[in-house]
Design a binder for this molecule. Structure first.
Ligand SMILES: O=C(O)CCC(=O)C(=O)O
Length: 388
C-alpha cells in the first residue's frame, strides 16, 4: 500500500515499478577505478601528479575533438604489467582541474550527476530565502524576473503568497539571488564540466509548494537541454542546491543514472488529470524500466548534473514548500543553435506565444533572442600562448 502510494506520487504516473535508490553507486565506481589506473599507466600524458598540464591538455583535446570523446592517447610509456587487453578509458564529461577525486569523476562519467554535500552555507541559504519572501510580498521588483504560480493556485486571488508560488525564473538581475551562481565553491565545481570560461545561462528558484491534492507539485521527467539552445551538451551543467532537506516526502529530485549518454528526446506536456504547470514538459519515449534514483539531500547539499540526464521530482506531501536554488551554466566556447526544425521548435513556439500574450503583440521571440538579457559571465580565463 505504501509502495503504491509512493509510486503515484513520483514525477510521473506511468512507471510500472519502483526501484530501490542507492545514493552512491559504489560498485560502478570501483569497476571503473581499476580501468582508470590502467589507462594512466598506458599514458604519458595523464600522470596523476601532473594535473596542471594534464588539465590544459585535456581541455585542448576536448575542445579540438569536435565533441567526440577524449581518448587517452597511447605513447611509448612502458607499463609495469601487461595491460594490453585492458580497455582504454574514455574521459568525456569531466575535466581534470585537480578538484574532483577519481571517484567523483567516475561517478559523473558513468551516472551523469555528482552530489557534493554541505557546499552552501546556512547563512547564504537564509539570505536567498529572505529575498524570495521579499519578492513574493512584492517588496522588491526585479527586471526580467518571472514569478510562476503553481497551476493549482493560478486563478487564486492570493496572488503570490509564498505557498502558492512554484518557481522564480530569470533572477539574473537580482544580486542577492545571483550571488548563488557566483559562489566560488559552486563555480570551481562547475569548471570541472564547462571548462574555465563560464556563463550562467538560466537561473531558477523552485519553491515546490505543498500539494493541494491535484498532484500538480510534481515535476515531470525531462532533460534540461530541451530548454537550451547551447551545444555541445557536454559543456553545460546544472547546479541544484537544496534550500531545505529534500526527501521522498517533500518531492526530492529523481534521476535516471546514465541517461546523459543518450540523445535529446522529444518532450510534450504529460497527461495529468489535475493539470500541469506551464512549460513543465515531459520527455517521451525513454526506457521506463531504467532504475530511478531518489536524491535525498540535506540543506546546502548540491548536485551537479548533465543537461541530457533525465530527471524530475515528486509530489510535496508536507505542509512546507520544498525549495531549491538552481543555475544552469555553459562554456563561453559553446555555440547556440537555431532550434527550427528540431524537437525544440514546439517549445520555442509555445514560449513565443506566451511572450506575445504578455506583451500584447508578437515580439519575434526565439530561444536565441532572449540570451542577451539572461546570460551573465561568471568566469573568463585567458590561456597563455605558451600553454597552447
Ligand atoms: O526542483 C525540482 O523539483 C525540479 C527541478 C528541475 O528539474 C528543473 O527546474 O528543471
Amino acid at each position: 500500500m505504501v509502495a503504491d502510494k509512493m509510486l503515484a506520487d513520483d514525477a510521473d504516473s506511468c512507471r510500472q515499478q519502483t526501484v530501490p535508490a542507492p545514493s552512491a553507486p559504489e560498485n560502478t565506481a570501483e569497476q571503473f577505478h581499476s580501468t582508470f589506473h590502467s589507462a594512466f599507466r598506458r599514458s604519458g600524458v595523464f600522470k596523476q601528479n601532473d594535473s596542471s598540464s594534464g588539465s590544459v591538455k585535456t581541455r585542448l583535446l576536448r575542445r579540438h575533438s569536435g565533441n567526440t570523446a577524449t581518448q587517452v592517447p597511447q605513447n611509448t610509456f612502458t607499463p609495469l604489467c601487461d595491460v594490453s587487453n585492458a580497455p582504454l578509458l574514455v574521459i568525456r564529461y569531466t575535466i581534470d582541474n585537480n578538484l574532483l577525486s577519481l571517484d567523483q569523476r567516475l561517478q559523473y562519467e558513468e551516472n551523469g550527476f555528482l552530489i557534493v554535500r554541505n557546499l552552501v552555507s546556512n547563512e547564504d541559504i537564509e539570505e536567498f530565502r529572505e529575498e524570495f519572501v521579499r519578492i513574493c510580498k512584492k517588496e522588491v521588483s526585479i527586471p526580467g524576473l518571472i514569478i510562476m504560480k503553481d497551476v493549482a493556485f493560478a486563478k487564486s486571488k492570493f496572488s503570490t503568497d509564498e505557498k502558492t508560488v512554484a518557481r522564480l525564473q530569470h533572477f539574473q538581475n537580482d544580486e542577492k539571488l545571483f550571488k548563488y551562481c557566483c559562489l566560488p565553491q559552486i563555480v570551481k565545481y562547475v569548471e570541472c564540466f564547462t571548462g574555465p570560461n563560464i556563463l550562467a545561462i538560466e537561473t531558477v528558484l523552485n519553491n515546490k509548494p505543498p500539494d493541494t491534492g491535484l498532484k500538480t507539485s510534481r515535476h515531470p521527467m525531462h532533460q534540461d537541454l530541451h530548454y537550451s539552445p547551447f551545444r555541445p551538451a557536454d559543456w553545460s551543467v546544472t547546479a541544484w542546491t537544496a534550500m531545505v532537506k529534500a526527501d521522498r516526502e517533500n518531492g526530492c529530485l529523481e534521476v535516471l543514472p546514465g541517461t546523459h549518454k543518450g540523445t535529446l528526446k522529444k518532450h510534450s506536456y504529460p497527461e495529468w488529470e489535475g493539470g500541469v504547470n506551464k512549460l513543465f514538459h515531459e520527455a517521451r519515449d525513454y526506457d521506463q524500466s531504467l532504475p530511478r534514483v531518489h536524491l535525498i539531500m540535506e540543506k546546502g547539499d548540491t548536485v551537479f548534473f548533465h543537461p541530457l540526464l533525465i530527471h524530475g521530482s515528486g509530489l510535496n506531501r508536507t505542509m512546507q514548500p520544498r525549495q531549491a536554488i538552481i543555475c544552469h551554466y555553459t562554456s563561453a566556447d559553446s555555440e547556440y543553435i537555431d532550434v527550427k526544425g528540431t524537437s525544440q521548435e514546439p517549445l520555442e513556439k509555445e514560449m513565443a506565444d506566451i511572450a506575445a500574450r504578455h506583451h500584447g503583440r508578437n515580439t519575434g521571440y526565439t530561444l536565441k533572442s532572449t540570451l542577451n538579457a539572461k546570460i551573465r559571465v561568471i568566469q573568463e580565463v585567458e590561456i597563455a600562448p605558451e600553454q597552447l
